[in-house]
Design a binder for this molecule. Sequence first.
Ligand SMILES: *[C@@H]1O[C@H](CO)[C@@H](O)[C@H](O)[C@H]1NC(C)=O
Ligand SMILES: *[C@@H]1O[C@H](CO)[C@@H](O)[C@H](O)[C@H]1NC(C)=O
Length: 452
Amino acid sequence: MSSVVSEKFSGFLDSVNTRYRRLEWAAGDVVAWLKWSQRRRTVIMVAASFFAIVLALAGLTVTYVTFADLIHPLPYVMEKTAPTPSTRRLASLAQNETLGFGGIAYLSMPYRTDRQDAIELLGSVYGINFTYIPGVDGGSIVEKAKPLHHYWLRPQELGCWRAHVDAWRYLLESDFETLLVLEDDVDFDANIHDVFELLSTQMQHNRIRTTPATEHERKTAPYGLDWDVLYVGQCSDRSNENRLDLVHIYEDPNMPSRHETFDHFVGQLQSLGIHGRNLGKMRAIAPAWSPVCTMGYAITRQGAERLILDLSYRGITAAIDIDIIRKLQQGIIRGYSITPPLFSAWRVDGAKDSDNQGLENDQTKLGSGNRNGYSHSMKTSARKQMAKLLELHNWDDVDRVIPRRPSPTMTAEQEAEEEEEVRKAHIEKKEIEKAWTERKLEMANIMEAWGG
Ligand SMILES: *[C@@H]1O[C@H](CO)[C@@H](O)[C@H](O)[C@H]1NC(C)=O
Ligand SMILES: *[C@@H]1O[C@H](CO)[C@@H](O)[C@H](O)[C@H]1NC(C)=O
């Protein structure tokens, strides 16, 4: 009897024991989980603080970029002078075929007929008269004709120097007062005439002039004649820090957005006090101090004389753009540069397409045409826009001029009128198609006659 009780009791104790163990394990699990989750909490807290800091910084940056123009008012904006009828008339000369300059020359190696095609096509589409000046192979210049210290230059640089001197000479030989010199791979804004017209208005009010514009300048020189070089297509520039008082800033509706503007130019604009929303809105005219590249610049007759004197007659000291920088900094010539520039390079195959790197890699064979190129710092690329302007959907366009179905609200009379128009348009289309078929036949006959 007692053994039965004791057996039951010990059975009961066992089960309590087992339950207690289970409880203990469960508690152990909870403690372990708590410890683990503490670590997790710490990790989460650290990560959250990190993201909070990153978010706050991003927020501050966005706020700064958005409102920086309020914190930094533009330091070099002239008080607004309303253009007078005479300044407006002078500026409107930028609408002419040479953008208000005496002439426009472009340099291109004779074998780059692809680039010449492109420039001439652009000229026709945008109403610009580009005059071809052949590029020069440095190796073809005879020893005696080479300038003093020419040995500083690679043959390609010497050829480049020669072609630019030829352009300056073209100005001296002409009756122009100014010449815009371009290289053959430029792109520009589709509204280039307006861009230059605005530049002229601004230059007529700029603060760099040391003497008031003469009667002659006010009548015929949209950009004045008080400079030697006017950089409108540099790869980069840096300002003379001692003459920031001469900077002139103006708003241009054809400015590329900040995002489309090459970083270097954004930096240059910031160094001139343009921040926030004013980036992508304002251009700057500044004394040219360190303009690299000779992709696009204008010269005056006096500028051409000084350049030929100092960069040919007296010899040279470096590649042409570097030499011009030296003359600018020595005060031998004076000029402005426009940032961001009004001309930018149309890049087809990156540097491979360049003619300045020599022909060792036979770059003449590497071209992939003018398609698929790009240019930076342009609001509306003239080259891209040109393709759209010339686009034609063949006979689809004819369909498009045929009026749509009459709307239900039309009177019977209007309906009849419209039907008549549709009928006429159809006849016209048939006639055009017939003429085209005849033309094709005619062409086929001609080809046959030629034995083709
Ligand atoms: C355009 O205007 C400029 C400035 O007056 C002038 O020198 C040039 O000859 C004009 N160009 C044409 C093609 O008329
Ligand atoms: C383009 O300019 C050149 C050089 O001034 C001139 O000889 C030529 O007649 C001009 N062409 C047109 C179409 O105006």
